[in-house]
Design a protein around this ligand. Structure first.
Ligand code: AMP
Length: 273
């Protein structure tokens, strides 16, 4: 029996529960917080490391995505992770692979999907495969990738999966920049400018919460992000659960979401209002 199947069967034989933390490696404090939350939820924690090619378009830097496998495994050992699952490409995408999970709902609201149309089918397909392989009771997803969290939550509900999706708060650097594997790709000047993304988000959220005019506040936020040296993809206020457009901003839970490029690196972030 393959190693993963045997490990999962052993845990099940002892009536243990499993939490899965899916990652693409290049691990940082954000990932480690997910592992810690996972340990509180379940008896055993599996961390998967797989840089999933189907969620990258040809120009989106699959080749330059940071890979730090040896130090990832060492850090996960420090955290007493029970199992690291780094599947081979052939395991995830066997020759002739021809099946896709194509999510709708929060995957089709005009945020990430408008700029990365292939992205959520890639995510949904790989997450479904990881769930089939690891049979987790819980799976941890960071609010850092807020639209992804909503897409996976919807997917689990729609397919009737037994895996409970658990959301984890965003872990930030001291200057507010959301931790991300992609931060390693920032040149020093870009790294110095990058915290503007969060400070603008926070400023907009405070003004909207205080009753400021939604579109006016967002327009000023968009201009501030551009002034900080970013090429803006979007800065939007959406319904925090459906990610749909706000019908009546008052009384609805609001999430602000941003994606912007600095140099060759694309960063995303979000905050609650
Ligand atoms: P990735 O390796 O970038 O695919 O991320 C794996 C998981 O870690 C996803 O569920 C992300 O949302 C989560 N994650 C990444 N960065 C952070 C962060 N700064 N805070 C919390 N969760 C994060």
């Amino acid at each position: 029996m393959p190693t993963l199947k045997r490990a999962v069967a052993d845990i099940r034989a002892r009536r243990g529960t499993i939490a899965l933390v899916p990652t693409m490696g290049a691990l940082h404090a954000g990932h480690f917080s997910l592992v810690r939350i996972a340990k509180q939820r379940a008896d055993r924690v599996i961390v998967s490391i797989f840089v999933n090619p189907t969620q990258f378009a040809p120009n989106e830097g699959l080749g330059t995505y940071p890979r730090t496998f040896a130090s990832d495994v060492a850090a996960l050992a420090e955290l007493n992770t029970d199992l690291v699952w780094a599947p081979a490409m052939e395991t995830m995408y066997p020759t002739g692979f021809a099946t896709q999970i194509v999510p709708g709902g929060p995957a089709k609201v005009g945020l990430e999907d408008a700029f990365r149309p292939h992205f959520f089918a890639g995510v949904a397909t790989v997450v479904t495969k990881l769930f089939i392989q690891c049979e987790p009771d819980f799976a941890l997803f960071g609010e850092k990738d807020y639209q992804q969290l909503k897409v996976v939550t919807r997917l689990a509900r729609d397919l009737g999966l037994k895996t409970r999706i658990v959301a984890a708060p965003i872990v930030r650097e001291l200057d507010g920049l959301a931790q991300s594997s992609r931060n390693r790709l920032l040149a020093p000047a870009e790294r110095a400018a990058a915290p503007a993304l969060y400070s603008v988000l926070k400023g907009c959220a405070e003004r909207i919460a205080a009753g400021g005019p939604l579109e006016g506040v967002l327009d000023e936020g968009r201009a501030a992000i551009t002034r900080a040296g970013f090429a803006l993809d979007y800065l939007e206020a959406r319904h925090a659960e459906t990610l749909g457009r706000l019908a009546a901003p008052i009384g609805e839970p609001i999430r602000l979401l941003v994606a912007a490029r600095i140099g060759k690196t694309r960063l995303i972030d979000n905050v609650a209002v």
